[in-house]
Design a protein around this ligand. Structure first.
Ligand SMILES: Nc1nc2c(ncn2[C@@H]2O[C@H](COP(=O)(O)OP(=O)(O)O)[C@@H](O)[C@H]2O)c(=O)[nH]1
Ligand SMILES: [Mg+2]
Length: 351
């Protein structure tokens, strides 16, 4: 990985003999170019973050460390809802309008995709739905990091988000591309969680079951442009009454349930007001910062767990024991709790 490629004034030392020097210098250059808003550098930085090569991971950490002081200054919004509800179409319309009305807006759209098999198709579909945004010089669209488990993908998405912030993007939208547990992880990445519901499909109730609505800060029944507005209103009504059971009292916030259409722009002004209200409210109450602190703590714990597991995976004894016990558990010869206790006890003296 030659991260100096394309970065101005990169040193031309022989990498074989000066690897450390070359890397630290190039990482510094790369960080500088990213902060200056250089798109090529941003793309290179993201490639570095997404790489699984050990050397690259070291450089990626160094890069993030350098960029940390430039992060945190965006409004991070998660957009979720079942595939086909209109997330990409909404982002295209809402994003384009935002860029038009606010000349200081720099907008990035990132994706979290738990269904890696389907991802290629979904991303292609999304790209064709965000053509306006894709062409705009103040917008940046980035498909989900591929490979690894959902937790790993979300972690990389968080790092890409930080990179985008340091490159000057002040609105960052994270779209979930697939279905599954991604919503929970997205809620660990964003300040505001928008849930798009489909009118008249009963999926508002599915959402409730999954607890997604508990996480939602703003809810919009999408595809509610005329003549579908009455159906949208009916859904909104049932969501509002269901929500009464779930309101997060600690945060003193009742998620508004709006009617929108990404296709025609119907209701997007109201949504704008809702985002604004939410942002002001959460800043004023101090839970904007509180949430971010909790998220930092979450990613720390998450990283520690991953790191420890990574170490264990390299220990052959432990790996063998782990495999043996998991077979016994699967075959019903050992109960899972007893097995895990055995495995954990076997670590004594090792760590
Ligand atoms: N009637 C209507 N159709 C929409 C709306 N938004 C998206 N669609 C259509 O729904 C389909 C899925 O949209 P897409 O944005 O890809 O959904 P995503 O999977 O949630 O990203 C496409 O055929 C869109 O044209 C809307 O607000 N109203
Ligand atoms: Mg989409």
């Amino acid at each position: 990985m030659h991260i100096s490629k394309g970065v101005k004034d990169a040193p031309s030392v022989n990498p074989r003999f000066h690897t450390e020097k070359r890397n630290s210098h190039s990482v510094t250059e790369l960080a500088k170019s990213i902060v200056e808003g250089n798109r090529t550098a941003l793309a290179q930085g993201i490639t570095l973050i997404e790489s699984n090569a050990i050397g690259d991971q070291k450089d990626a950490r160094a890069l993030l460390n350098k960029l940390m002081p430039h992060t945190g200054k965006s409004f991070r919004i998660g957009v979720t809802g079942v595939p086909g509800v209109g997330k990409s179409t909404f982002l295209e319309t809402y994003g384009s309008a935002l860029l038009k009305s606010d000349e200081t807006a720099h907008l990035a759209v990132l994706a979290v995709d738990p269904s890696s098999e389907v991802s290629k198709g979904s991303i292609l579909g999304d790209k064709t739905r965000m053509t306006e945004l894709g062409k705009h010089n103040r917008a940046f669209i980035r498909p989900s990091a591929s490979g690894g488990n959902l937790g790993g993908i979300a972690k990389k998405t968080r790092e890409v988000l930080l990179l985008c912030e340091s490159a000057g993007f002040n609105y960052i939208f994270i779209e979930t591309v697939g279905v599954g547990q991604s919503e929970t992880l997205v809620s660990k990445l964003v300040d505001c969680f928008l849930f798009l519901a489909m009118p008249g499909t009963g999926d508002e109730l599915q959402g409730l079951k999954k607890g997604i609505m508990e996480m939602a800060d703003v809810i919009a029944v999408n595809k509610s442009e005329p003549p579908h507005t009455p159906a949208g209103e009916r859904s909104a009504l049932s969501i509002r009454s269901a929500l009464q059971l779930f309101t997060n009292k600690a945060f003193d916030w009742h998620p508004p349930v709006l009617l929108t259409s990404g296709l025609t722009g119907y209701g997007l002004d109201e949504l704008d007001v809702a985002f604004d209200r939410y942002q002001r409210h959460s800043l004023a109450k101090g839970w904007f910062d509180q949430k971010r602190k909790e998220q930092q703590a979450y990613w720390f714990e998450n990283s520690v767990r991953e790191g420890v597991f990574e170490l264990l995976r390299k220990d052959e004894d432990w790996q063998q024991q782990h495999e043996k016990l998991s077979v016994e558990v699967a075959e019903g010869r050992l109960n899972p709790f007893e097995a895990s206790e055995k495995l954990v006890k076997s670590l004594k003296g090792k760590i």
